[in-house]
Design a protein around this ligand. Sequence first.
Ligand SMILES: Nc1ncnc2c1ncn2[C@@H]1O[C@H](COP(=O)(O)OP(=O)(O)OP(=O)(O)O)[C@@H](O)[C@H]1O
Length: 321
Amino acid sequence: MIEARSLTKRYGKTLAVNDLSFSVAAGRVTGFLGPNGAGKSTTMRMMLGLDNPTAGQVTIGGKRYHELKYPLRTVGALLDAKWVHPNRSARAHLAWMAKSNKLPAKRVDEVLDAVGLSGVAGKRAGGFSLGMSQRLGIAAALLGDPEVLLFDEPVNGLDPEGILWIRKFMHRLAEEGRTVFVSSHLLSEMALTASELVVIGKGELISQSTTTEFVSRASENTVKVRSPQLPQLRAALQQAGTEVREDEGASLLVSGMDSDRIGELAAANNFVLHELSPQQGSLEQAFMQITGDSVEYHTELENEAQQVLAGQTDPLVPSNR
Ligand SMILES: Nc1ncnc2c1ncn2[C@@H]1O[C@H](COP(=O)(O)OP(=O)(O)OP(=O)(O)O)[C@@H](O)[C@H]1O
């Protein structure tokens, strides 16, 4: 369990985190979502005692990081995967970390096995691909068998296979009952990875809810309707008080009435329906709608969201930001 209460961080004139309060529960993956510069990394650094809050506090299992007797046994983190001596082998890197933190040496092989790096444990970590480095970073985070895990943008720059691996691994950690808190600006990926979302913009809390609630609350839920009697159907729907838009000429997008009632209205008027399908809003739409002014780099995010919606980019592949 992580709890942030009125957490605030100021760097000179920049208010990086402003009066932020939220909680992260065990046994699920919680996504920490926000546009670039929203304050995600700063918040995570304060969780790990790498930065001191200007005001407020953040606790892990009720204690501030500095109060933890065995920090690595309580919280593990992946902040920067390339933080490793390039000439050390993966095993030597972990053995050094285990020793310097008074953790049992046998954990090294256990965590190498858990992340699938046993076969390359003797190889120089400097020659690892980004995906392998991320796995090594996760192995290091797991050394102390912590209840709480923090990952800062763990899928950045990874290929689809690497992204899928991380997503499944996080689900596994949550199923083991751990608290998994993962930051990202990749909206589609978070929709698949996290069941709970903490969303921030310009250092402030925008929302905390389940991913499903976040999407359905924010996005406009419409119903797509196709019929050979489109003009008549349209008139009947408008008369019933719905908002109706043309969708590529051949169908209608209806808001303000659910699909059951639209079907009943059509039946009552003897209209033939060729399609009646609820259109779920995407996380991108929800995010754009909710974050609104909080997005510092609006155009960039909008482009990304629009490309994903239009199917021009694979949501599994992160953009190069
Ligand atoms: N050490 C620092 N000194 C001054 N300003 C900082 C420092 N660290 C962060 N900031 C500023 O604080 C704000 C929040 O930055 P932060 O890195 O926490 O955001 P973020 O959500 O992690 O963004 P990104 O996804 O781009 O990493 C930004 O305006 C940033 O420029």
